[in-house]
Write a protein that binds this ligand. Structure first.
Ligand code: OFO
Length: 171
């Protein structure tokens, strides 16, 4: 069982994960339109990952006898600039999501909600991985700058990103 306050906060987080999915899908379309098919693929995989983050939280709310409220998803921008700018925006967004997960954990601690703390631990670790995987792309992007050959090499590498696996059942 979860409190009404926790139910509301988890539903807010579902909306943030849904926005993340939507934004990465928009980035994927943008990269495709710029001819960066590998970057586009990476973003498409990231979109799938966010859908899993969202549904994992959805499953948890239901497993705890709570109610799921799907809210309006904000429209993401259409233009994102250069590959370097795209990944800078991606890192900023993931840092925002990390903060949001930490606030949720803070609420679970305040409420002595041990089940939700255990559940959220997965997201805390996941956000460390999310930020690290974005940094792994940002570092070579900073190195190559505007060199077209370098950008094409990174694009090719990102085209090999594997599809995310289904997360373990809630909790
Ligand atoms: Fe769901 O981790 Fe990214 O946003």
């Amino acid at each position: 069982m979860i409190s009404k306050r926790m139910e509301e906060a988890l539903n807010e987080q579902i909306n943030k994960e849904a926005y993340s999915a939507y934004m990465y899908l928009a980035m994927s379309a943008y990269c495709n339109s710029q001819g960066f098919l590998g970057f586009s693929h990476w973003m498409r995989m990231q979109y799938q990952e966010e859908v899993l983050h969202m549904t994992k939280m959805y499953d948890y709310i239901l497993a705890q006898g709570g109610e799921v409220f799907l809210k309006t998803i904000e429209e993401p921008p259409k233009e994102y600039g250069t590959p370097l700018e795209i990944f800078q925006k991606t890192l900023e967004h993931e840092q925002f999501v990390t903060k949001s997960i930490h606030q949720l954990m803070g609420l679970a601690m305040e409420e002595h909600d041990y089940a939700t703390q255990t559940f959220l631990q997965w997201y805390v670790s996941e956000q460390v991985e999310e930020e690290a995987s974005v940094q792994d792309v940002l570092n070579p992007l900073r190195m190559v700058g505007e060199d077209k050959g370098g950008l094409m090499m990174i694009d090719q590498k990102l085209g090999g990103r594997m599809a995310p696996s289904i997360p373990a059942p809630a909790n």
